[in-house]
Design a protein around this ligand. Structure first.
Ligand SMILES: NC(=O)c1ccc[n+]([C@@H]2O[C@H](COP(=O)([O-])OP(=O)(O)OC[C@H]3O[C@@H](n4cnc5c(N)ncnc54)[C@H](OP(=O)(O)O)[C@@H]3O)[C@@H](O)[C@H]2O)c1
Length: 296
């Protein structure tokens, strides 16, 4: 049986929707969430999917949720890094205790201890180490920056004509969350992905300046890149609603982007799915309506 954690999250939904589309029989599918009372989770339950309360803060809930599960996708959380790493420790320990055989984990591109990106140093690299040391079979999914990162403040971007991001002329091979849902579902249902570390990227690496040109074309309004320093990005991301500790950690992303840490072009996505992920222009075009601010 397969379990996806964090059912209410955006990536989780993309994975679950793909699993539903590919699995004929949903009795082998379970989801875990802190909140099992949402409309989305209730709707999953009504389709015969096993719904389980799961909170990485409560190790007992994770062990219980993993009863009878062979393969689990742990979606990394998005809290302050000192909290996240404890949650991930609880998740891995619970998988061992519950007798899960294969853990799939959503990590980040270049998740090495030397990365300039604080999330990599403090969360993803140590979580990967924990998983490797656990003795469990694993598949590590090192995702690049989501294409959605370009439209997180789209209303403001279109109004000001400025895409405010830090990274200078560093190239980034963005990949969309919906595409990552396709590959994760394949990994959870097909053989051949045990004990692998995959780097999942889009098919091209672009600068923010090039991303601004794409935004202009897709949304029909002139947009230029305004380059931000790490401190300026910190302030801007607070305005986008990031909690302070996350905004601070996220500002180290600027240094990593400048250093080219997110520029890798990997064939892993095509290896998993049989085709490349969509490029930024295609992905934004396909999702234009969804991303367009209401009233625009
Ligand atoms: N590659 C990128 O550009 C990028 C950008 C942002 C974030 N991320 C990472 O990728 C993850 C998924 O992204 P997303 O866009 O789907 O984020 P999201 O929509 O904000 O979802 C957050 C996820 O974390 C789960 N979660 C939070 N606290 C939890 C806890 N105590 N125990 C168990 N699960 C918990 C939530 O599940 P429930 O609410 O159902 O419990 C939900 O699935 C993020 O959490 C973050 O680690 C990557």
């Amino acid at each position: 049986m397969i379990l996806v954690s964090g059912a209410n999250g955006n990536l989780a939904r993309a994975v679950i929707d793909n699993l539903i589309a590919s699995l004929g029989d949903l009795s082998g599918l379970a989801v875990g969430s802190r909140d099992i009372g949402t409309d989305y989770v209730r709707q999953l339950a009504s389709r015969g999917i096993s719904v389980r309360k799961l909170d990485f803060h409560e190790p007992g809930s994770v062990v219980k949720a993993l009863a009878g599960i062979d393969r689990v996708l742990f979606i990394s959380t998005y809290e302050p890094n000192d909290v996240r790493i404890k949650q991930h420790r609880n998740a891995v320990d619970a998988a061992v205790q519950a007798g899960v055989s294969h853990v799939v984990y959503t990590s980040f591109i270049n998740a090495v201890p030397e990365s300039a990106f604080e999330h990599n140093r403090q969360v993803h690299a140590p979580t990967e180490r924990m998983i490797l040391d656990s003795g469990l079979h694993y598949t590590i999914l090192r995702h690049n920056l989501y294409t959605e990162f370009l439209v997180g403040d789209l209303a403001q971007t279109l109004k000001s004509g400025r895409l405010k991001r830090g990274g200078g002329r560093g190239r980034i091979s963005f990949i969309g969350r919906d595409d990552l849902g396709v590959s994760a579902a394949r990994i959870l249902t097909e053989a051949g992905h045990r004990d692998r570390i995959y780097t999942e990227t889009g098919p091209e690496a672009i600068t923010y300046e090039e991303a601004a040109v794409i935004l202009s074309a897709v949304f029909g309004q002139p947009v230029r890149h305004e380059d931000l320093s790490p401190e300026q990005w910190f302030q801007h991301s607070l305005g986008m609603g990031f909690p302070e500790s996350l905004a601070r950690a996220s500002s180290t992303n600027v240094r990593a982007a400048l250093d080219g840490e997110f520029s890798t072009l990997s064939g892993d996505y095509a290896h998993i799915t049989g085709h490349p992920a969509r490029g930024v222009r295609q992905y934004l075009t396909d999702n234009r309506k969804k991303f367009l601010p209401t009233g625009a």
